[in-house]
Structure formats: structure tokens, C-alpha cells
Unconditional design. Structure first.
Length: 251
């Protein structure tokens, strides 16, 4: 197995946005929004409000718009040249090699996984909740980039804010499904404490990225529920209100 470098690096807070240190180092606009910038999608937000919030974010980062997909808690990966017209494709990961294209995935407690080639132009974003994680969406995103000629060892991946193992308990049925879908890796991501089973989405996604040979993996370690970063979290009652994780290379 390739010896990936895995580091814990809290994303840096600046005017309502949390930025990934590892991806910022590559010159990319990469991070996640928090509550003060408004909900970036979701059932509880009028769609024109979310559209305005995303447009304002894109403009503040120096982009014309945000590429969005209709997230379905699966493992589908699509390529984008520019923001999709409505209806957006149904997928949970999106990638591009284009400069000036900002990719976005919405999440409250699900893990946003941002990936970039350190010495190339390909970038991608995935949305990995328990469904996407157990269906291997992060793995499939890296595989899609590899299929286009990107070497995983030269990739940098970062896991953004999401519900952490501190706050994510699962019932027996879901725990069983995690074991069935992920095998031994699923077992390693589950823990039993005080009669409660927790699922560590960060560990499960790091394992997938490492297995795919990604050279450098950053984990923000910010829990959307208890991490104090002012992020939307369903587990705090913000149902249907979403942060937007983004990655783009400025023109
Ligand atoms: Zn927590």
C-alpha cells in the first residue's frame, strides 16, 4: 500500500468561510461556507435565496457561478465544463480540469471530500454521508480522475466539516449495513461506547482515499454539531439548511 500522508488540519476561518490549508497551498479556492453566509440549498430555503447565496459566494471568490449537481446519496461521478443547466445531473461527485470553474457540494453533516492534482489541473468534489461513504463515492471520484490520467500519488484530498465520531451514533441496522458494504474497513470505523454505536465517517473516507493511493490526505476534524465553527447541522435542528463545500482554480 502507498504510504499516504494523513494530517489533521483545522480549516481556517475567514469571513464566514472555512478554508482548507492543504488545498489553499496549491493556489485553489477550496473550503466550506458557514451559517452567516446563509443556507446554500436544501428544502428549508427558498431556491432563489440559496441561488443568491451561492452567486454571492462565487463572486466573492472570483468565479462566475457554482457547478451544482442533484445529490442523491449515491456514488455517481460526473464531469463538468461549466455550471449545469436545470435539471442538474443526479450525482454525488463532480470533477473538472477547467480553470475558472467552481465546483460545489452541499452538506450539513455529510462529509465534503475535495480533491486536487498537486501538479495538474484536475479537481473534484464529493458528498459523502453514511450512504455515499458506504457506497464508496470518494473512492469513485479518485478512480474517475485516475481514469483521465491523474496519478493518485500526486493528489491532495481534504475532508471538510461534517458530523464527527463524537456526535454520530447509528442504530444496529445501519451499523450492520456499514459492515456489509465496507467489510473490515467498516468495522474499523464503528465503535461501541456506553451502549451506543458510533460511525466515524472521517476514518472510513480516509481509508478509501488511502486505498486509492492518494498521496496527501487532510482531515479538518471539525464536527458540524459540536466543533464550534458555526456550521449548519441537522443534528442541531437545522433541518434542510446547508453549507456549501467548494473547490475551484481561479483564472
Ligand atoms: Zn461532535
Amino acid at each position: 500500500m502507498t504510504a499516504a500522508v494523513v494530517e489533521l488540519a483545522p480549516w481556517r476561518h475567514e469571513r464566514g468561510v472555512l478554508y482548507s490549508p492543504a488545498l489553499t497551498e496549491l493556489g485553489l479556492a477550496a473550503g466550506s461556507t458557514t451559517r452567516p453566509l446563509g443556507s446554500m440549498g436544501g428544502s428549508a430555503t427558498p431556491s432563489h435565496d440559496a441561488l443568491h447565496a451561492r452567486a454571492a459566494l462565487a463572486a466573492s471568490l472570483g468565479f462566475d457561478g457554482v457547478v451544482r449537481v442533484t445529490q442523491v446519496h449515491g456514488s455517481g461521478v460526473v464531469h463538468a465544463d461549466a455550471p449545469f443547466a436545470s435539471p442538474w445531473p443526479r450525482a454525488d461527485a463532480v470533477w473538472t480540469e477547467r480553470v475558472g470553474v467552481l465546483l460545489g457540494v452541499t452538506a450539513a453533516d455529510c462529509v465534503p471530500v475535495l480533491v486536487a492534482e498537486a501538479g495538474g489541473t484536475r479537481i473534484g468534489a464529493a458528498h459523502a454521508g453514511w450512504e455515499g461513504t458506504t457506497r464508496g463515492v470518494a473512492r469513485r471520484l479518485v478512480a474517475a480522475l485516475r481514469a483521465e490520467g491523474a496519478a493518485p500519488s500526486g493528489m491532495v484530498a481534504s475532508l471538510g466539516p461534517s458530523v464527527g465520531p463524537c456526535c454520530y451514533s447509528v442504530g444496529d441496522e445501519r451499523a450492520q449495513m456499514v459492515r456489509e458494504r465496507l467489510g473490515a474497513a467498516g468495522g474499523r470505523a464503528l465503535a461501541r461506547r456506553d451502549g451506543v454505536t458510533t460511525f466515524d465517517l472521517w476514518t472510513a473516507n480516509v481509508e478509501q482515499l488511502r486505498d486509492e493511493g492518494v498521496g496527501r490526505i487532510e482531515v479538518s476534524g471539525i464536527c458540524t454539531r459540536c466543533g464550534g465553527a458555526n456550521t449548519w447541522s441537522r443534528r442541531s435542528g437545522d433541518v434542510g439548511l446547508l453549507n456549501l463545500a467548494f473547490i475551484g482554480r481561479r483564472a
